[in-house]
Design a protein around this ligand. Sequence first.
Ligand SMILES: Cc1cc2nc3c(=O)[nH]c(=O)nc-3n(C[C@H](O)[C@H](O)[C@H](O)COP(=O)(O)O)c2cc1C
Length: 327
Amino acid sequence: MDIDLSVNLAGVELKSPIVVSAGVINEDYILKALKTDVGAVILGSYALSPKSTHPPPFIIKLGYGFVNAYGIRKSISEIRGFMLKVIDVAERNDVKVFCSVIEDNVERTSLIAKEAEELGCRVIELNLSAPIIPNLLTMGLNLDVAKTLVMGVSKCIKVPLSVKLSPLIQDIGYVGKELLKSGASILHLINALSPAMVIDIEAGKPMLKTKDGLGAFTGPSIKPIALAKVYLTAKELPEAPIIGTGGVTSWRDAIEMIMVGASAVGIHSALYLKGVEVINEIVNGIKNYLRRKGIERLNELRGLVLKNIQGTPREVNLLKPTVHKHR
Ligand SMILES: Cc1cc2nc3c(=O)[nH]c(=O)nc-3n(C[C@H](O)[C@H](O)[C@H](O)COP(=O)(O)O)c2cc1C
């Protein structure tokens, strides 16, 4: 049986639902990911100049996730060459390249957005949720400021605008709706959970060398929060294109994300845990699952949990008992 994993995100066709979420520290990972079954990669976040940089370590591995603080280390002008290389390889492998941008006002953010669009990025993502850059996170959490940024930046570009949202937003469905009305076309959630800390008990100091030692938390442990945020957004906005990110490291996690209403599934920490190979592992796992369930199109699973909770269960073989050991 042929399985259709394609996803349409506001008119941008992805060959698979897996998206590499922004901020991947190692550029080699991005280049390697382009040769996999990934649907899109999100470069960045880039600004006009570096922000909140500090000495290493940048990412601390815990048994249950990662705490990171990386800052925004590259300006858009520094990465032109890399971006053009990525776009060239991506086009040959039918992978879409998105660019995440972050700045502190409409004019500055629009400059980066326009440059990334001109270089060939197919979606511009506005990072409204940078966890360790205090004034920028505060901006993203203020709905009026966020709407002004979305309105201003979306008017300057022709490609769709995605907004990356923080898990700290309480009424995420309402905020999502307002941002779509303001000009966003795709909702991407969640960014890392912040603030987070790791303490070196020998030194009696935080492990991260940011001001106050604060960073942000990602990886498997944030998945339940990400699922709930995506669910609440999709419940309010069932037709909106949503990239669901947070704690996905396996095909099962990806299926959960689709079932709560994501159109596509972002991965990030999984790359540090399992390497770029995790992408094909997830894609093959999804295909096998759909085959086993007799479902031809992944899209049929989208929002299944919502429909079941709302009392209109879909007639798919999912109700057929399978061994279900909860992880
Ligand atoms: C080291 C690191 C750097 C990140 N940098 C960015 C960034 O620049 N822009 C952004 O939107 N998200 C950034 N993120 C957040 C990820 O894109 C993703 O939303 C988050 O890690 C949750 O997904 P995960 O649990 O699969 O890692 C970063 C995450 C990590 C771990």
